[in-house]
Ligand binder design. Structure first.
Ligand code: SF4
Ligand code: SF4
Length: 204
């Protein structure tokens, strides 16, 4: 491999290709910016997807893995269907976020990350998401004072949801689950084993 090519394909790109889910797609990006321009959250990204891809190529490992931006993707897939190179942008972003979390490099307290973690905890308890309980856990994530202030600020929206039958406070106490909880536990155990194997491979 010539020296120029070696510089262009820096160590971090090689790492992403080897260890990040769908990371092998990063080299296909031609920096057209269509993904970032299509993203409904575009103005809220500190570093939009095309910039993250460029940073990977520029070997900016700490900035990419520590960036809140890789946690911004909501999987709407607008970018995925529009990318002229067929890059699965959403999957790469989730892969980077997951990789950063596994290495302990993800930014602590990032709201999307917190939502993802609490959603997972909530959903895996019974196999169905208990929305009121999830909302309460997020509301009070920063302590009772901030939770109460936010609840008061958003009370009209909450009451509208209750009136429309979209939110039942009683469901926070009860809620339902899947018909086969043992089957669910088996699936989760299998997923956990796969996850542990991936983590072990990272430590090789
Ligand atoms: S749309 Fe595709 S090719 Fe264009 S910048 Fe985004 S990932 Fe790269
Ligand atoms: S899939 Fe993610 S990165 Fe792509 S447009 Fe939607 S939110 Fe933005």
């Amino acid at each position: 491999m010539g020296e120029g090519r070696k510089d262009y394909r820096g160590d971090f790109l090689a790492e992403v290709e080897a260890r990040v889910e769908e990371g092998e797609w990063v080299k296909m990006c031609m920096q057209c910016g269509v993904c970032s321009g299509s993203c409904p959250l575009g103005p809220d990204w500190e570093h939009p997807p095309h910039e993250i891809f460029q940073w990977i190529r520029a070997n900016r490992r700490a900035e990419v893995l520590g960036s809140p931006s890789v946690w911004m993707c909501t999987s709407c897939h607008a970018c995925v269907v529009r990318c002229p190179r067929g890059v699965p942008v959403a999957h790469v972003m989730h892969g980077l976020a997951h990789y950063a979390a596994r290495l302990g490099l993800a930014p602590p307290g990032q709201p999307t990350r917190r939502l993802a973690e609490r959603f997972w905890e909530n959903m895996t308890r019974t196999g169905r998401v208990n929305e009121p309980r999830l909302a309460l856990s997020l509301l009070f994530a920063n302590g009772p004072g901030e939770g109460l202030r936010t609840a008061l600020r958003m009370k009209d929206a909450g009451l509208d949801l209750v009136r429309a039958g979209r939110l039942s406070p009683l469901a926070a106490l009860a809620g339902d689950g899947v018909e086969d909880p043992a089957g669910l536990r088996a699936v989760l155990e299998k997923a956990r084993a796969i996850e542990l194997a991936k983590t072990a491979a990272l430590e090789d």
